[in-house]
Design a protein around this ligand. Structure first.
Ligand code: NAD
Ligand code: 0WE
Length: 262
């Protein structure tokens, strides 16, 4: 039981396919007590049964684009918990028109601003707002993607926002280390979630991934969840500011070994 006696709040469950749901499942298996923060009322019907199955009755609304909503969320949460041990940020967003077409043509000042606000600044905002309530030894975790350091079609301004999020992880780790708070990120391979379902040719991306990845397949939200549980546990007490890849090895491979075979 990696997470026995740990209280962890998870931001970013939209439905049962969310990476945050895989993380919650694994953390529950490892004995964590969980709370869920959801974006808006509309998602509540999806999240209620998931929370219930994982033994949680703490459901809190939080729109991370709004400072008042963030403050209220931690007031609501700390009505139930005095302090807690972990926070998972599994949130990303850019307006749909930013994620289709050539980067130089489709990117706008407003699209850039929203992508960076929701996908990167919100992690700083949650770290700041949770700091008074974090126990000694607490861990923060976020989710990133390879588009932060390499290009691919259509990911566009989200790649810039993920580059910012990864630097954010390092600066938060440096800044909170003196309080013994660790801050890490998981870079996940492509997974068919709600955020991916609107993306053009996502199925082709999944098959390209399986072709190039050393393990010859994609990863599941539960596999990401298992690494998330480890990173938030005391077994990872020596790891902070790190980006851990959970992608079946895709990021180390420039070409699959069988590509040149006749
Ligand atoms: P998802 O759609 O299930 O989750 C995205 C979540 O972001 C949703 O729960 C949504 O409610 C939340 N969100 C968006 N705007 C918000 C706001 N203003 N306030 C509060 N919450 C807000 O999709 P997912 O794939 O599970 O995405 C989770 C994280 O994983 C994202 O950061 C994404 O970039 C990252 N990621 C996804 C993949 C993939 O292929 N699915 C790969 C690597 C990284
Ligand atoms: O980070 C992500 C999801 C990013 C995302 C997706 C959407 C679709 C719907 C952010 N905002 C929105 N806004 C919407 O309106 N991933 C890593 C998954 C993903 O998204 C892609 C990918 C991959 C992989 C978009 C284009 C190309 C590849």
């Amino acid at each position: 039981m990696l997470l026995k006696n740990k209280k962890i709040v998870i931001f970013g469950v939209a439905n049962k396919y969310s990476i945050a749901t895989g993380i919650a499942r694994s953390m529950h298996e490892q004995g964590a007590e969980l709370a869920f923060a959801y974006q808006n009322e509309r998602l509540l019907k999806n999240i209620k049964p998931i929370a219930e199955e994982l033994g949680s009755e703490i459901l809190i609304e939080c729109d991370v684009s709004n400072d008042n909503s963030i403050d209220q969320a931690f007031k609501d949460l700390t009505n139930q918990w005095n302090k807690f041990d972990g926070l998972v940020h599994s949130i990303g967003f850019a307006p749909a028109d930013q994620l289709e077409g050539s980067f130089v043509d489709v990117t706008t000042r407003e699209g850039f601003k929203i992508a960076h606000d929701i996908s990167s600044y919100s992690f700083t905002a949650l770290a700041k707002a949770s700091k008074p309530y974090l126990n000694e030894n607490a861990a923060l975790l976020t989710l990133t993607y390879l588009g932060s350091i390499q290009t691919l079609p259509n990911y566009n301004v989200m790649g810039l926002a993920k580059a910012s999020l990864e630097a954010n992880t390092r600066f938060l780790a440096a800044s909170m280390g003196k309080d013994n708070i660790r801050v890490n990120a998981i870079s996940a391979g492509p997974i068919k979630t709600l955020a991916a379902s609107g993306v053009k040719n996502f199925r082709k991306m999944l098959s390209q991934h399986s072709k190039r990845a050393p393990l010859g397949r994609t990863v599941t939200a539960d596999e990401v969840g298992n690494v998330a549980a480890f990173l938030c546990s005391d077994y990872a007490s020596g790891i902070t500011g790190e980006i851990t890849y959970v992608d079946a090895g895709f990021n180390i491979s420039a070409m699959p070994l069988d590509e040149l075979e006749e």
